[in-house]
Ligand binder design. Sequence first.
Ligand SMILES: [Zn+2]
Length: 392
Amino acid sequence: MKNLNTENIIKDYATFAESAIRNRFIKHKDVLKLIKQLPADFKVTTAGYSVEQRVLNLIEWGNGPVKVFLWSQMHGDEATGTMALFDLVSYLQQDENTELVNQVKSVCTLYILPLVNPDGAERFTRRNAQQIDINRDFLKTVSPEAKILKELQAAIRPDFGFNLHDQLTLWSVNGSKKPATLSFLAPAFDEQLSNSPNRERAMRVIADMFTAVTPFLPGHIGLFDDEHEPRAFGDNFQLRGTSTILIEAGGLVNDDEKQEIRKYYFLAILAALHSISTKTYQQQQLANYFDIAKNNKQIFHILIHQIRLNGIEVSIGINYEEKPMAKAGATFKNYTIQDIGDMDNLSAYHIYQGADLQVNGEVLLYENADFQLLSKGEIILSFKNGILESKL
Ligand SMILES: [Zn+2]
């Protein structure tokens, strides 16, 4: 097996991407439909049921001894991992991809559990129907979804685990000040952030993933916050013998629906499967994992420089919070003023600056954005009680 030809994979992406999924608002019924269409070499079994009795299906594929468990959307409003998993499932069925697919098939058996939190996805909320955060429920296991995930790990005893999430779009990459479009982590299994051969395996695979995806997203990939969370699944699976990798999708300019991010998320998973099946990760240096820049918060959604407020010149940082609409097939964004002052060292998805900028309306810290921004007398940005009325 040669190196992974990432350029060709990205070039051909549209030919195999799962076309039935076009946005983040995937529902359980959409996932069921895709699972029903799978060919016979994808073995589907019932893993259990959500609080509201939606079935969780486990998809098994491959004949190899290395067991790889991938699960997505423990948080109902974090759909990028689910999209990427169905792109992967589609990729595995394409004849043109035979060499890599055969390699993975002969070395690995994949266990895929998409959409762990279907009740949350229905409402586009983080938590399940019991208002429980499934990824903080490993120890008490009061939610049926956490119980299913925990029992699957104990039964399968996977060698590798992929915990697929989305993070806030306000995370950036230290040094680059770019949005952290993807973040990786080999979660720690104790407070001391100790290493073990098991955790180090995950780190080495991440170093391979980072190398594969960086050319497409330079400065956009970071290491997620490395703090031990005793209630979380990644930390506990790491402790229990599964080399666990966390992937977080963040933001990218002009990609609110995350259809670009999804492509690179898929590539990261495929690069990991290439690394695992060819065992190239065994040659990776641990230093290449620790050299990945960390996530930080040095960006805003909108940054306006050179504004005169009450006789002084300031910058204004504005962020939105995304909230599900009643029908949950869309969201709305509530913009608030999050900082006022010197922000010359910070960045944003959208930056406005110029000596001719003027604000019409009141700018109040932590309040809804409710003003117009003018350039040479023309309105270039307009908010009404927290809602954006102009285009960015
Ligand atoms: Zn999450």
